[in-house]
Design a protein. Sequence first.
Length: 404
Amino acid sequence: MIFAYKGINADGKKVNSKIEATSLSEAKSKLKAQNIIYTVLTEEKPSVLSGINFSRRYRITPNELSQLSRELSMYIRSGISIVGALKIIQSQYMHKKKIYLFLKTVSTYLDEGKNFYSALEEQKIVILPEFYTQSIRVSESSGILDEVLLELSRFLKEQDRIVKEIKSAFMYPTFMILISLFMVGFMLAFVVPQITGIFEGMGQELPGATQFVIGLGDFFNDNFALIGVLIVLIVAAHNVMMNYSSAYKYSVHSLVLRLPLFGEVALKSELGRFAYVGSLLVRSGVPFVQTINLAANILNNSVLKGVFLEASKKVVEGKRLSAALNESSYKLDQSFLQAIAVGEETSQIEPVLINISELYFEDNRDKIGIILNLLEPMLMLFVGGTIGFIVAAMLLPIFSMSIT
C-alpha cells in the first residue's frame, strides 16, 4: 500500500511525500526510522481512472532503468555505499514521482537491513525485468555489483537505441503508406462520384477499368463509416487476442518468422537479445539452467521463447543446450547452434554469446537498411501507379467520346 504523508524531517524542513508499507503501523515505523515527525498520514486511494488499469505499478522504461543503473554503478565505484548512492540519486528525480518513490522505498528497505536484491523484490512501485533482479542477486553476493550494473546499463541502453532506430527508420514508409491510403480513399469516396454524373448522360458503354473504379468509388462512398468501424474492431480484436489467447499469439509469431526478410530480422533480433542477456547472466554467476530460463523470458516471440524453455528442461536432464535446441520442432539458425556447441565444448560460453549478439545486431542493422531501401521506391510506385490508374480510368471514356 502507498501512504501519503506531511510532516517535518530531521532538518526541520516541511516534507510532503509518499511511502510504501504493508500497513499503517509499518508506515509509522518507517517514518520514525527516517526521523520524520508526521502531521498527516493517510493511505492513497486509487482514482476512478486509475482503477481502469489492472496494475498500479509503474513500468519503467529501458532508458530510465539504464540511466539509474549507470549512476548507481558510478557512485558505488567511487566508494559510496549503495544507500548513500540511492539518496544522492533521489534528489535528481523529484520531478518524476514514481521513480522518486521507488528509490525512496528501496532506500528505506536498505535502512531496515535488507540487501539490495531483497529491497528490489519487496518494493511494489516499479516493475523490473526478472533477469535484472536476478543479475543483482548473484552479483551482490559475489562483490561485482558495480560491474554488473554497468553491463545492465549498456544492454538496456543498446536495446532502447535499437528500438528507437527502427521506429525512426520506419517513420517515413509509414507516413507514405498513410498518405497514399488517404489520397486513394479521398479520390474514390469524393472525386470519382463527382465525375460519375458526367458519364451517366453519355449513353455509351464504359470501359471495364472505368466501371471498376466507379464501382469501387460507390462502395467506399456508401460504406465509408462501416469500413472505418471494421478496421477499428479488427485492430482491437487483434490486440485482445494477442493478450489473452496464447494459441493466436503463437500463430501470429510463427507467421512473422516465416515472412521473407522480415522473418529473418525478427529471428536474429530475438537470438541476439537472448545471447546478450545470457552472456550477462553467465558473467554475473547465475546458474546456466536459470540463465536459459531468464534469457528466454525476455523474448517477445512466443515460438522462440517456447523453444528455449523446453530446451532448458532437457539441459536439467543432462543434455547440452546446443543438442536440446537442435531437437526442437522449430529449427533455429545453424550458425547459432554451432556457436553454442563450440562454447560448450571449450567452456567459453560467455564470450561466444557476446560475439553472437554483436554479429546478429550488426547483421540486422544492414538488413533493415536494405528493407528500407526497397520499401521507398515500392511505395512511390504504389502511390503513383494507383493514382495514375484511377485518373486513366476516368479519362478513358472522354478520349473514346472525342475519337467518336
